[in-house]
Design a binder for this molecule. Structure first.
Ligand code: PLP
Length: 371
């Protein structure tokens, strides 16, 4: 049955109100947020852009180059190239694909690496070696025995803990063994550089290490851009490893996993960079870290234990009976369970405010006293 425009809109609103929305304040365990208004405007303006056929969209292409240059500079990149892809998963898969085309066959990841690497390994029929974490929740590099057929993944801003692997050590291992080194900074890439500019004492993780070949960074997480968007930065020439002929398009070789590429998010990432600049992003990260400290303090005041001292804007609170608690908190509070460490993860994204956090800790305390 077809409907008139108003009826369609009513249907859309009905479904819209079924969804959760960041501004409601109850999504406190997730790594995305409401995009900045300017990035939504930009996204809408470029809604039909498609970098699958880049010569039709030279303006979008120019913005993509700008975003890549800006992120490269933020990550000490010289002779680096990049593309806007559809999310951290696509960036990670693309990196592993490049490595595969360079003859690599096995994947070495820390226990805290994102599950997208298991997808990459499954797609490319690779063996995966999972390395345990040290007490500080970073990869235990002393347990890595790498060879030249291997890919080593380091994480800068781990999904569960926000920790930063020792990329300097992974770089040494890569130099000695010939293994390919990828850094997953999907979450941390828009946080750690700004924290460092604010004099936080955090380790380096970027292209200043000569064996880092690729880095994933997601504008749709802490870059506050529209979904889906991720940038995979690579040393120059590496995208050529996965090039396939695309003879009927304006560019006759394709070097991304996807053909048609959502390109409105390029405009969105570009708009945020132009609007916020380094200083604006620093202000946002500063606000998130203030709320991180606030949550840390009220958690301790309420006799909760933390799994680790927060490194970035992620707090891990230890609780009893994780699965049952998370189930009971839902739908009032949406947090992430980390059952194997008896804890939950709260991500202090810019939409999370202190009033919500206070209410949440009170609810968590009440619930824990009954469990
Ligand atoms: C470190 C890291 N890498 C990769 C991903 C996957 O990103 P996406 O969900 O955009 O595919 C995530 C998602 O949370 C992540 O935290």
């Amino acid at each position: 049955m077809v409907m008139d425009e108003n009826r369609v809109k009513r249907h859309l609103l009905y479904h819209y109100f079924m969804d959760y929305h960041y501004e409601d304040g109850n999504i406190i365990g997730y790594m995305t947020t409401h995009p900045l208004p300017i990035s939504i405007w930009a996204h809408n303006l470029f809604i039909d852009s498609n970098m699958g056929n880049p010569k039709l969209f030279p303006g979008t292409s120019k913005m993509e180059k700008y975003v890549v240059r800006w992120l490269s500079k933020l990550h000490s990149g010289k002779n680096v190239e990049g593309k806007l892809l559809s999310g951290g998963t696509e960036s990670n898969i693309t990196s592993i694909w490049i490595a595969k085309m360079m003859g690599k066959r096995n994947l070495i990841v820390g226990e805290s690496a994102h599950f997208s690497f298991l997808k990459a390994a499954s797609l490319m029929n690779m063996n995966v070696r999972i390395i345990p974490l040290k007490n500080d929740f970073t990869i235990d590099y002393s347990k890595i025995d790498a060879g030249e057929d291997d890919i080593i993944v380091g994480v800068a801003g781990s999904t569960e803990f926000g920790t930063i692997d020792n990329i300097s050590k992974l770089n040494d291992i890569s130099r000695k063994s010939g293994a390919f080194l990828h850094v997953d900074a999907a979450f941390g890439g828009y946080v750690i550089p700004f924290l460092k500019k604010m004099n936080y004492n955090l380790p380096d993780y970027d292209f200043r290490f000569d064996y880092v070949k690729t880095i994933s960074i997601d504008p749709h997480k802490m870059g506050l851009a529209t979904t889906p968007s991720s940038v995979l930065l690579t040393r120059k020439g590496l995208y050529r490893k996965i090039e396939i002929p695309s003879p009927y398009l304006t560019k006759t070789r394709s070097s991304t996993l996807l053909g048609t590429r959502n390109s409105a998010s390029i405009a969105s990432a570009y708009a945020n960079i132009k609007y916020l600049g380094i200083e604006g992003y620093m202000d946002i990260v500063k606000y998130c870290m203030e709320n991180t400290r606030f949550l840390r303090d009220i958690s301790l005041d309420n006799r909760f234990e933390l799994l680790l001292e927060p490194v970035m804007n992620i707090v891990n609170i230890k609780i009893r009976n994780v699965r049952k608690t998370v189930k009971k908190l839902y739908p009032k509070w949406i947090v992430s369970p980390i059952e194997r460490y008896d804890s939950i993860r709260i991500v202090l994204m810019p939409h999370v405010n202190r009033i919500s956090l206070e209410k949440f800790i009170k609810d968590l305390k009440d619930l824990q006293s009954k469990i």
